[in-house]
Write a protein that binds this ligand. Structure first.
Ligand SMILES: C[S@@+](CC[C@H](N)C(=O)[O-])C[C@H]1O[C@@H](n2cnc3c(N)ncnc32)[C@H](O)[C@@H]1O
Length: 399
């Protein structure tokens, strides 16, 4: 591999900074804008190179000693070497750049800190298992497993996966906000391991030692979440996002609301309170297990109509009616490109878009703008400290 020194330019989306080698763009990990570093090229293609900084020749303000012994090897984090406040500033630059470049939107906001804002926040971690049966985490853009004996961003109450031998490819450890613990794995678990872990164990969908279902509590509401079904990972994420969504949606009693990509019904439950019994909330979720959990979670809200279908189908087949007052959407990372025209076709006065990828969000905001929806406000939250991920809540108004 080539060994070269570069002057590092701005941050880019994906946890790396931009530099140039002989005019060619190189995305460099483990560095900061303004640094001079020696790099090792890890990947090359016709358009750009990828590299790791392997020696810091001139450091930039914000560089700190990584709290994790595996920083630089493990692909789970991108910014262990960066002070958390500087991480948020960098993420803000990424959101700004994506909005500007892909949607022509000028955003002057800042990424908001959420406690815990550094370590011990991941309530769900999927560990990979190497050929020797040791659990660890994968290298960046690789299948290789880095065995670890500790993960500093993992929640301290996660069931203990590290330090045991596993006859599996992966093991997901989960702790809920009510303190329940669950392990989900793709292979059978020996009695020795089962008794060594303090918690419930689910194997291949079947369950040993527990129900395989967790209870998550948000404000005064309990939510049932089966197995490794979707739930926000940071312990303060559900509360933070519910607040931001309700604030942006400004729902009135009697309103008709569509909650698209609704999961087990987190936003639906609070939107249902806001519209009251004279209103309606359509809650659209494609995953059958999540939709079943949503049915349990929302059974006491008669104003909720559960739609167990893809958002695409629900909108195409008129399963959320022809006109709604407010749309909330929280799609997967790929965003909602295909459904933006159909959402605009419902003529909501407000759209609240929760996004975990600022690039997909910016692309979709450009489509919304072309259909008469302008950005009224955008908040960004550091819900994944030490990583390049950032959660945004955008509020759009019909012109
Ligand atoms: C980011 S999660 C959001 C869930 C929920 N809003 C929450 O915060 O708990 C996205 C959800 O969309 C669902 N989903 C993925 N593709 C879908 C589609 N095409 N139509 C409907 N739901 C989909 C996933 O199963 C997942 O529950």
């Amino acid at each position: 591999m080539q060994d070269v020194v570069v002057d590092v330019g701005p941050i880019a989306h994906g946890g790396h900074c931009v530099a140039r080698v002989d005019g060619q763009v190189v995305f460099v990990r483990h560095t900061l804008p303004g640094e001079r570093v020696r790099i090792e090229i890890t990947e090359s293609n016709k358009k750009f190179l990828r590299a790791d900084a392997v020696e810091v020749i001139e450091s930039a303000p914000g560089r700190v000693a990584p709290p994790c012994a595996y920083a630089g090897q493990c692909g789970g984090c991108d910014f262990q070497h960066v002070d958390p406040a500087v991480q948020r500033a960098l993420l803000g630059d990424v959101v700004r750049e994506q909005l500007q470049r892909l949607a022509g939107i000028e955003w002057s906001g800042e990424v908001e800190a959420v406690e815990p804002d550094e370590l011990g926040w991941r309530t769900r971690v999927t560990f990979a298992v190497d050929a020797m049966g040791h659990a660890g985490l994968r290298r960046h853009r690789s299948h290789r497993v880095v065995p670890v004996d500790r993960c500093v961003i993992a929640h301290p109450d996660l069931p203990q996966v590290l330090g045991h031998e596993w006859d599996a490819e992966s093991v997901e450890a989960i702790v809920s906000s009510t303190g329940e613990k669950l392990l989900v794995t793709d292979a059978s678990i020996s009695d020795a391991v089962e008794s060594a872990v303090d918690g419930v164990v689910a194997v291949d969908g079947t369950t040993r030692g527990g129900t395989g279902v967790l209870t998550e509590r948000v404000r005064d509401k309990d939510f049932r979440v089966s197995g490794s079904g979707f739930w926000q990972v940071h312990p303060a994420a559900a509360n933070t996002l519910v607040d931001a969504v309700l604030d942006g949606a400004r729902v009135q009693p009697g309103d008709v609301v569509a909650d698209l990509y609704a999961g087990v019904g987190l936003f639906t439950a609070f939107l249902a309170d806001a519209v009251g019994e004279s209103g309606t909330v359509f809650s659209v979720e494609a995953d059958q297990v999540a939709a079943k959990d949503a049915r349990r979670n929302l059974h006491d809200a008669p104003q909720v109509r559960l739609v167990g279908a893809t958002t695409e189908r629900a909108l195409r087949d008129g399963l959320v009616g022809e006109q709604v007052d407010v749309v909330v959407l929280d799609p997967p990372r790929t965003g909602a490109k295909k459904v933006v025209p159909a959402i605009a076709g419902l003529s909501p006065r407000r759209v609240v878009y929760v996004a975990c990828d600022p690039a997909a969000l910016a692309r979709d905001l450009a489509s919304f703008a072309a259909l008469g929806y302008r950005l009224d406000g955008l908040r960004a939250f550091a819900l994944f400290p030490m990583t390049h991920h950032v959660e945004c809540v955008a509020v759009l108004l019909r012109d």
